[in-house]
Design a protein. Structure first.
Length: 175
């Protein structure tokens, strides 16, 4: 790994963790909007440094705002899987962002109900607690990743920004 890739990994790790911690009131809970997840689609542009950055940043943010070992282990795994899917599907960035959101919602929602049990009437359906949590987290992840994150990815994919990043020695994945 080149120094520029290590630096990018550290930058994205730090940025993700800081966003989670500073925005903690909305980054956690049964209904949340983890704004830091908008960095996950950057895996389509930066590859492994972004994948590692959002995974490690999630680990640090979850460890700082401790809910339990499940959150500290499974949250980063969810980000790893989501970011990797986005990287693999990077030729279709919006589809990739949507597809990358789904495992995060399923994995995180699949265990988060253990900490925040509640039942809700979701679109007229009485869902079990875990089902409600999966739907809630998936919707919030779609907003952060496929909404905000896709917009960020599109902005950073402009030719002037890409050329500036390449001139700094970063490997950019762009067709």
């Amino acid at each position: 790994m080149k120094t520029s890739e290590i630096s990018l990994t550290i930058l994205l790790t730090s940025l993700y963790a800081v966003l989670v911690i500073v925005l903690a009131p909305i980054s956690y809970g049964p209904i949340q909007l983890r704004v830091a997840d908008c960095l996950i689609p950057l895996a389509a542009l930066f590859g492994w440094p972004a994948i590692a950055g959002v995974t490690l940043g999630c680990f640090l943010g979850n460890a700082y705002c401790w809910l339990g070992p499940q959150d500290v282990i499974l949250g980063p795994i969810a980000n790893l899987v989501g970011a990797y899917i986005i990287f693999r599907l990077r030729k279709r960035p919006f589809t990739a962002s949507v597809a990358g959101s789904l495992p995060i919602g399923i994995i995180v929602g699949g265990y988060l109900w253990l900490f925040f049990g509640f039942e809700a009437d979701m679109l007229g359906l009485q869902l079990p607690v875990w089902g409600t949590m999966i739907v809630s987290i998936t919707i919030s992840t779609l907003i952060a990743v496929a909404g905000i994150g896709y917009g960020l990815l599109r902005t950073l994919s402009s030719s002037s920004i890409v050329n500036a990043l390449k001139s700094r020695g970063l490997k950019i994945y762009q067709d």
